[in-house]
Design a protein around this ligand. Sequence first.
Ligand SMILES: O=C(O)CCC(=O)C(=O)O
Length: 342
Amino acid sequence: MSLLSKSSFPFARQLFSTILAQRLEIINDHIRFYSQCKPTVDNTRQSEFRFTLPNGNLTNEQRQSYEKNGFLVIRDLVKPETLEIFRKRFQDVCTGKVKVLGMTVMKDVAIAKSEFSHGEKAITKIQDFTLDDELFKYCCLPEIVEYVENFTGPNIMAMHTMLINKPPDPGTQSSRHPLHQDLYYFPFRPVNRIICAWTAMEKVNRQNGCLVVLPGTHTGELLPHGYPDWKGGVNKMYHGIQKFNPSDERIHLEMETGDTVFFHPLLVHGSGMNRSSGFRKAISCHYTDSASEYVECDNTVQDFISKEITAIFRKRTGIEDAGFHDVWKLKSRLVKGERINL
Ligand SMILES: O=C(O)CCC(=O)C(=O)O
């Protein structure tokens, strides 16, 4: 038996259509609610990953760790045999067997005139080796580039290169590298598309002056830098942050041969004195997205360093009207993808 009599049928129909209308309204509300919420959910995801790209090579934990700390250490990334190629090439540069166009060879302020002043022992750092096909192999190592893409995107330029040969400290403490932010030296942006890969060429620890980093400082501003007031002297262009909080957490990155740290250009870092009797070697490259743009540094916190570097470049090349951007245009080199700008 039906519960509805004939007389109640129109009422039932009306009730049914009212319920249906209410249901439809609820469904509509849900659709409206979810379509309003969706961008919010996506934005949250994006802001969670401000400093890395979803290129799939990093795990979520690795991305979260870099986002929080501004650096990521990958153990055992480069094989010792590969690093031997660069060690050998460095020796050839030091002995003068190989001359590389555009390369800067630096001597420690204190050892230039000392017992170490010959060959490999006199040289603390070579910079700008992008035009040397042998050393440039470091910038192109697939195991490194695979990580770099997570920060730069697919079009990758090598901008700045170094092989650092930190000498045993001659008692002046000049083997220290003051705390600084690498962005201070760079006239290109956006900042979050720049990444440094720094590979230990041998065991590095507190004894021989490993890197020291201040985690989380990559979320801050570019700070004023200048030459530190050190009694034993400071190496050319080793500017440091003038004011920082001495109670900020510091992490000493002790690493084995081949371990590689990727770090953000605003991360405050430096390295300690080399108290060992050996030379501590590391090789590094700063990469950026080739779609980045050059920016003006005059009258900014980068004013002093940009003028100092430009003056050195003009003197070396004889190009009297060269600007700061020209320094970078000359030494940068495409690693992968397309050269869009720069
Ligand atoms: O390897 C080091 O000692 C520090 C290198 C460094 O931070 C730099 O040259 O900017």
